[in-house]
Design a binder for this molecule. Structure first.
Ligand code: 1YM
Length: 650
């Protein structure tokens, strides 16, 4: 090429940097503190790339008191020879030509990291000055300045003070050192934030196993170094600190597939949500994309294969779905590839379609390999076990939705024929008595204060919802009338704000049958209207067991101990009536002993520990007969309300 054509190219280069000056937002997104850090990351990215390509293992970042920042690595050093096309040194091209990263037609320079891919020249364009040193036996050095062009009145930026110079000063160091002063005229603030920088270099250290990144803040004398021998496995351990992990060592693999470097690590916790973080060329992809999709389908495929192999899934069973493997999953998927396309709202979604099959097959291949390792059987068994439970929960939710739909149609049909509603319209004052038997129901109807007390008599025992298929639950007439009376709906459609009675009082006999009805109702409430219980709306009415009377004096006793006290109180010549059922009381007695807010005793049902309540209900009302027998022999007496674990007197 003729010499004068180099000059033309030089002019074009300078215009390039002026364009950056003119519209910095186009190149770094913003001139806020975020943009300020962006021009630091452009330099750091080049150093990290050098490390990712295997030529450097140390990077150090320094913030100076004068407001400048420097980055140094121990790699090959930016090329110092003259670039054939540009006719200037490689260093000069890198710092003065836009999009210079990787433009040396060099296949080794494969992973260009910068977010916008604009490279170090943007940092130069937006700095008052920038200094480079390259260490290759001797120290090479070059400086760039910005200055005010007096002729045009405009600022020229990134102008070489002199060509790259071999200072001939001998050095045993290798690598590149870059120091720059961000231009106050460009940025809203020129104060670097140490916390922001530390957070990012920690992430970079996790993502680049073995790379040592040190940080020194001259302004505060703060020094910190990050280096993770375990890379993203250490990242996982860090993310899972404080959670209950299901196995100690994260599963980890690293491979190359279709020219894409793929690395992933996973570990499960007893959490229910997943935390999957993905990266492309060390850039977080918060919106996911092709690599994440491939990762998830790879996991689903390989874990399903394992579950079949281990006969957890029988021939007729459906495969687990992707979501079944998500519960408690903490994972990092990090890939490095060329020609990255970012998409999405925040440009943080990987668009390259080729990443998907590459990652999927890499995950399948690598995990299949690990599955052959006997020492890891336990780990995979735990993962499959977790999926089994997740699948069960998923199917239960599906059924609950069906029920909820059915319960809506119940409310539509007016099934409250048996209900004697109250006249008051304030749910917080209203009480619903669910009463065992028609005769007690009749007494209660006569005794009640119509204004705020409603009565729902139950004819027989209600269905044991624990042992019936869920769709049968909503077909049971007693249950339908309860759902209809309360107005809340059930299951996933349950809405406490529609509750028509803030006290729901179960009134059953103080005998074995009465106790049983109580448990059946509580089981139903707990399974399908849990908040009704946890929010303290469910009560158990306490009819007395005895009446002690003499002349006009009548005293009631709720248990044998109280009976002796009342006998002592009333003195000689007393008579005792033992109530076998609510039906034996006349309306006025029922009012006085059980319904009158002034005199009655109610037990409020609470479930402070839902998981434990759930376990006990499963035990007491479930299909597993032997467990129930054991429990009943040990603790339970259905005739004592306090056999239900967390009952409080109120
Ligand atoms: C403190 C910042 O920029 N290090 C760095 C940059 C480069 C190289 C080495 C490098 C790359 C290649 C060959 C190659 C860059 N070179 C270029 C370009 N640290 C820092 N260290 N030799 C050296 O990729 O082929 C751009 S960055 F374009 F000149 F090759």
């Amino acid at each position: 090429m003729a010499k004068n054509s180099y000059k033309a190219e030089d002019i074009k280069i300078l215009e390039g940097l002026d364009a950056v000056r003119l519209r910095p937002g186009m190149y770094i997104g913003t001139t806020s503190v975020k943009g300020l850090h962006h021009i630091l990351w452009e330099i750091v990215d080049n150093a990290v790339d050098e490390a990712a390509n295997g030529f450097a293992d140390k990077i150090s970042i320094v913030l100076y008191k004068d407001g400048s920042a420097s980055v140094e690595d121990n790699g090959r050093g930016i090329p110092t020879d003259i670039h054939s096309k540009a006719g200037v040194s490689g260093v000069q091209v890198v710092f003065t030509q836009l999009h210079a990263g990787g433009k040396f037609d060099n296949d080794n320079y494969s992973y260009s990291g910068g977010l916008h891919g604009v490279g170090a020249s943007v940092t130069n364009a937006l700095s008052e000055w920038l200094k480079v040193e390259v260490y290759k036996n001797t120290v090479y050095s070059m400086e760039f300045h910005s200055y005010l062009d007096k002729e045009t009145g405009k600022i020229k930026s990134g102008i070489p003070v002199a060509p790259l110079k071999d200072t001939k000063v001998k050095t045993t160091k290798k690598g590149t050192f870059v120091r720059f002063l961000p231009d106050k005229r460009v940025f809203e603030t020129v104060e670097f934030n140490a916390d922001t920088i530390i957070k990012r270099i920690k992430e970079l250290a996790f993502l680049n196993r073995g790379l040592e990144i040190s940080f020194y803040d001259e302004r505060t004398n703060h020094r910190q170094t990050f280096m993770y021998e375990g890379g993203i496995s250490d990242f996982i351990k860090y993310l899972n600190a404080g959670k209950n992990v299901l196995y100690d060592v994260p599963l980890y693999a690293s491979t190359v597939k279709d020219n894409i470097a793929i690395e992933f690590a996973i570990q499960h916790t007893d959490n229910y949500v997943d935390s999957v973080y993905s990266y492309v060329n060390n850039i977080p992809t918060a919106e996911g994309g092709m690599h994440e999709t491939g990762f998830r389908s790879g996991l689903t495929r390989v874990f399903n294969a394992y579950a079949r192999d281990k006969k957890v899934l029988k021939d007729n069973d459906d495969n687990f779905i992707g979501d079944d493997f998500k519960e408690g999953l903490t994972a990092i998927i990090s890939i490095k590839m060329q020609s990255v396309q970012f998409e999405g709202q925040t440009k943080s979604k990987l668009g390259n379609p080729e990443a998907r099959p590459a990652v999927e097959s890499a995950v399948v291949a690598e995990l299949s390999e690990l599955m052959k390792n006997k020492r890891l059987y336990k780990v995979f068994d735990v993962i499959i076990d977790k999926a089994v439970n997740a699948a069960k929960a998923r199917l239960a939710v599906k059924k609950a939705k069906e029920i909820a739909r059915a319960s809506k149609s119940i409310e539509a049909q007016n099934l409250v024929g048996k209900l004697s509603a109250c006249s008051g319209r304030k749910p917080e004052l209203n009480e619903l008595f669910i009463v065992e038997g028609d005769s007690a129901g009749g007494s209660a109807k006569q005794a009640r204060v119509r204004q705020y007390q409603a009565i729902l008599p139950l004819r027989g025992k209600i269905l044991n919802v624990e042992r019936k298929k869920l769709e049968h639950v909503v077909q049971n007439e007693e249950i339908r009338s309860i759902i209809s009376a309360l107005g809340t709906g059930i299951g996933s459609e349950f809405d406490l704000s529609n509750l028509k009675y803030h006290k729901v009082i179960i009134l059953s006999d103080a005998d074995v049958d009465g106790g049983h009805i109580r448990m059946l109702l509580l089981t139903f409430f707990f399974r399908y209207m849990r908040d009704l219980v946890t929010e303290g709306h469910v009560y158990i009415g306490m009819p007395p067991l005895y009446k002690v009377y003499k002349g006009n004096t009548e005293l009631y006793a709720y248990d044998d101990k109280e009976l002796r006290e009342k006998i002592d109180k009333i003195g000689k010549g007393y008579q005792i009536q033992r109530y076998k059922g609510l039906g034996e009381m006349d309306p006025s007695q029922l009012w006085e002993t059980t319904m009158d807010p002034e005199k009655r005793t109610l037990m409020q049902v609470t479930t402070e520990d839902c998981a434990e309540a759930d376990r006990i209900i499963t035990l007491l009302m479930g299909d597993e007969v032997s467990g129930r027998k054991d429990y009943i022999f040990e603790y339970a007496n259905f005739n004592r309300v306090d056999s239900f674990k967390n009952i409080k007197r109120s």
